[in-house]
Design a binder for this molecule. Structure first.
Ligand code: SIN
Length: 521
């Protein structure tokens, strides 16, 4: 039976930086559900937050991360991220990674929400994720086996250790693969919502398979809604980076009033949860919201991706106003790990967005996500290189493939799940709505055959829907349990005592009014 040293599930920055670290010494198999061009990392526009100049300080980056995370972070994890992050980025600069520079050859540092300093390094203007992905894909080219269009549907756990995975390809062929170490790097779950900055393939698969294998998951109620998706004709068309506000753009409502003034001391660069909620409130009042980009000179040069996305969607940057709405962007919680990426199941690791290391707390600081992928990918690589070989050899089962029994169970559509999540488990929640969502998901997951992956000849789409249901249910349950508002988890029935002047805006408490505005119901 073919066996690898390491199986990595996912092909974003966390996966690739791990692969680059180990591929010369270890035999690596990478699975990706779609193509290597379709990770969330590729879409990341803003850049990488890191302390690389004399006038910045690691402690400031730590403080900003914890303040944005509303003190829910693990301080140890944040110190680790910031300290290692600075080293990883400096190494990338030394290796000649093409971060944007000024005419004198100095690295350009952007600013984003809740950062006290300009510390965002970027490449190709707003194409940092794409540039980093190509850089790492080149580094691992020919050195790892990459299986595209293979969805990992289950983890194989024997005597408490994770020893392999089951995967299905586009033709529906199922196979088992074994390795000494299994790494989840599957990203988040933006596709649970109608509006998202994520790729549509982000159906929470890593979270669902880890949960079914018995791994510990935590902080799932903390979801980050990015304030500014391009919003055209009732649809979100993609991300408008916070770096645009960092360059001077500001938010206005349809009456041309600045919506962040007087609301938070950092105004348009307040933490994301605050800005997203402010836009959400305006939209609940029936007002459209725009990003006024007229202060930005040479927009098309600084933000080429955003410029062409606006052009494709009939929005002329020259007119100065980009219509925006918030959308699901990032999951702060996930599969619980230590700083080495180890989960509660020996042999199973998690890195990047799927993991909950404690670095993000209740709300992630802007541009700390590519940083997280780079740092935890590299540090897990260093740990795996030191692990003794063959620790789990005796645990490989002879055959775990069970016969498939065709027994159709009823599943909802993806759209139905997205509508329930957007309406009841979105930017604002309350007990009544959360209970409605929970009972809606229970209709499906309480069927005993739902939990038997072998019962049904699920199509890929059905497997994704099943994962979406599991993760939606877990998020909803967690949100019900947390009877407070904190960061990305805002309960209307337990409002926060934050330092935001919400009195400035009229708060609307009815879900009904938002239905048409958020495209649900
Ligand atoms: C953005 O560019 O606004 C998103 C980057 C991030 O999520 O950190």
């Amino acid at each position: 039976m073919a066996r690898h040293d390491v199986i990595i599930i996912g092909s974003g920055i966390a996966a690739l930086s791990l692969a680059a670290q180990i591929c010369e010494k270890m035999n690596v198999l990478v699975f990706t559900k779609s193509s290597r061009e379709e990770s969330n990392s590729i879409l990341a526009q803003g850049g990488v937050a890191a302390v690389i100049t004399e006038d910045d300080d690691l402690s400031l980056h730590v403080n900003d991360t914890i303040e944005a995370g509303v003190n829910h972070n693990s301080e140890e994890a944040v110190q680790f991220l910031v300290d290692k992050g600075s080293k990883v980025v400096k190494k990338l600069i030394q290796e000649g990674f093409p971060f944007d520079k000024d005419l004198n050859g100095n690295i350009l540092l952007g600013r984003e929400g809740a950062h006290q300093k300009n510390r965002i390094v970027h490449a190709g203007g707003d194409q940092t994720g794409k540039a980093l992905t190509s850089y790492y894909l080149n580094r691992v080219k020919g050195m790892v086996e990459l299986k595209e269009e293979h969805m990992v549907i289950d983890l194989i756990v024997t005597q408490g250790h994770c020893v392999g995975v089951k995967a299905v390809d586009q033709k529906g062929e199922r196979n088992e693969y074994f390795a000494e170490h299994i790494v989840l790097a599957t990203g988040g779950c933006g596709a649970l919502y109608s509006y998202t900055s994520n790729q549509q393939v982000m159906t929470g698969d890593g979270l669902a398979i880890a949960y079914q294998a018995g791994a510990r998951l935590s902080d799932l109620e903390f979801l980050q809604f990015h304030p500014t998706m391009l919003y055209v004709d009732g649809y979100c068309k993609g991300l408008i980076s916070e770096a645009v506000r960092g360059e001077g753009a500001y938010l206005v409502n349809e009456d041309h009033q600045r919506i962040m003034q007087g609301l938070h001391k950092l105004e348009d660069l307040a933490p994301r949860d605050v800005v997203a909620r402010a836009i959400f409130q305006e939209r609940k009042l029936g007002k459209d919201v725009y990003l006024n980009v007229s202060p930005i000179k040479k927009f098309e040069k600084k933000f080429p991706t955003i410029y062409s996305m606006c052009q494709r969607n009939g929005i002329a940057i020259e007119d100065g106003l980009i219509p925006v709405a918030p959308g699901m962007h990032f999951l702060m919680g996930g599969v619980e790990t230590d700083l080495k990426g180890r989960t509660s199941i020996p042999g199973l690791y998690a890195i990047g967005e799927v993991a909950n290391t404690g670095v993000h707390g209740a709300n992630r600081l802007a541009s700390n996500s590519l940083l997280e992928g780079l740092v935890f990918g590299e540090s897990l690589g260093q740990c795996l290189l030191q692990e003794p070989k063959g620790k789990r050899d005796h645990l490989i089962p002879s055959n775990t493939v069970k016969p498939i029994v065709v027994h159709k169970i009823k599943l909802p559509t993806k759209n139905e799940i997205q509508q329930v999540m957007s309406l009841y488990v979105g930017i604002e929640r309350d007990e009544k709505g959360l209970k409605k969502a929970k009972s809606c998901f229970e209709t499906y997951i309480n069927q005993s055959s739902f939990w038997d992956i072998n019962v049904n000849e699920f199509t890929i789409e059905e497997l994704e829907i099943r994962n979406m249901l599991i993760v939606s249910y877990l998020i909803t349950k967690s949100a019900l349990q947390r009877k407070e508002s904190r960061g990305g988890h805002f309960r209307l029935d337990f409002p926060s005592k934050d330092n935001v002047n919400w009195g400035k805006v009229k708060v609307v408490h009815s879900n009904e009014t938002i239905k048409s505005k958020v495209g649900v119901g």
